[in-house]
Design a protein around this ligand. Structure first.
Ligand SMILES: Cc1ncc(COP(=O)(O)O)c(C=O)c1O
Length: 353
């Protein structure tokens, strides 16, 4: 084999990568931050209607425009400021390959997929530790960001669940005008603020959003971005491929967005459940649960990590086991599911200690 190709493949094979969670039939799945509070029948009904409407023999032509206008309405921005992709993962990929530059700054811990993709594209990643309570060390972050081409802010942050203070985020963005700031708002529907409208008025900010979480469409693979009109025009025409989302997924996405009121109701249910689960966990001695603005909670279980992990496994409850994270011992991330799923999780944790 050609030496250069051989070395490239070796370098790539040694990189960190996303490990897809194992799918075990019959388990209570609280590991991927999907939205099970949204009824399966509701999504299936929209999908069945979409399947009847579309003609899969044709390329998707007008359906993207319809989606842009619904996404814009939901996000409160002009439809010229919205573009879509096959999941926000694919949009991240395109932005890194076209605008990534040589160096990125992220705070840590954060969404590991983003770091992995930077490394794949040869982008060096500076990781600035969050404070112990997962708030931002603004001074250290800006100092590192000033040396970078690209800055990533996950808001709310995966895996910690919190949003950084809004004014702090805006201050960071405005002090980095010559750098591209990607604000990943995959969980923003469960949070207090979005920077979508702020992004449309600036030249250096792209907000990434998705229908995979609150909208219950992880399997349909529909993500979107909000940015200023000029950049969105270039993204749509030249960076994004002509047909990034299947006609069926486009029709399903539009169908669910047309019922956004129902989604808003389930978002309220998830937020209420988040408060309830947090309250119950906060009463348990020996574990610490962090405040969350997302549809999941970050728990530091310390020496109770093994007993909890064993009890969850034997009850068929799957959460994301993270181990030690940024000086916190025995951590896990648990999705807020239906009341019934959450109760099973709580009973299992309470019974294991
Ligand atoms: C922070 C964050 N960004 C992006 C994504 C990817 O979302 P999508 O399904 O739209 O590719 C995820 C999924 O877990 C996520 O946690």
């Amino acid at each position: 084999m050609n030496r250069r190709l051989d070395n490239s493949i070796k370098r790539i094979a040694a990189l960190g990568h996303y490990n897809k969670p194992e799918n075990v039939e019959g388990t209570i799945k609280l590991d991927s931050n999907e939205n099970f509070a949204l009824d399966r029948e509701f999504v299936a009904g929209v999908a069945a209607e979409a399947a009847r409407q579309v003609d899969l023999r044709e390329y998707p032509l007008d359906q993207l425009e319809d989606l842009y206008s619904r996404l814009a309405k939901y996000s409160g921005v002009n439809e010229k400021c919205v573009a879509a992709g096959s999941g926000s993962d694919q949009i991240i990929e395109l932005l890194l390959s076209t605008l990534g530059g040589g160096r990125a700054t992220v705070f840590a811990p954060t969404f590991s997929y983003f770091i992995n993709r930077c490394e794949l594209h040869g982008i060096k990643v500076d990781q600035v530790p969050l404070k112990r309570d997962f708030t931002l060390d603004k001074k250290a972050f800006v100092k590192s960001a000033r040396k970078s081409d690209l800055v990533y802010i996950c808001s709310p942050n995966n895996p910690t669940g919190n949003q950084i203070d809004k004014q702090e985020a805006i201050d960071v963005i405005d002090s980095l005008e010559s750098r591209l700031v990607l604000v990943d708002e995959a969980y923003v529907d469960f949070a207090d603020y979005s920077l979508s409208a702020d992004a449309t008025k600036r030249n250096n900010v792209i907000v990434l959003r998705t229908l995979s979480k609150a909208f219950g469409l992880a399997g349909a693979r529909v993500g979107y971005m909000v940015a200023n009109e000029k950049f969105v025009r270039t993204f749509r025409s030249t960076i994004q491929s002509p047909y990034p989302i299947s006609t069926l997924s486009l029709a399903i996405a539009s169908g669910v967005l047309a019922r956004a009121d129902h989604i808003r109701k389930t978002i309220s249910t998830v937020k209420r459940e988040r408060g309830r689960v947090f309250g119950r966990l906060a009463k348990i001695d020996g574990i610490k649960t962090f405040r969350s603005d997302a549809n999941f909670l970050f728990i530091e279980a310390g020496r109770n990590y093994q007993p909890i992990s064993k009890a969850l496994r034997s009850s068929g409850i799957v959460v994301k086991m993270l181990g030690n994270v940024a000086g916190h011992r025995g951590c896990m991330r648990v999705t807020i599911g239906t009341r019934e799923m959450n109760d099973k999780f709580l009973q299992c944790v309470e019974g294991s200690l």
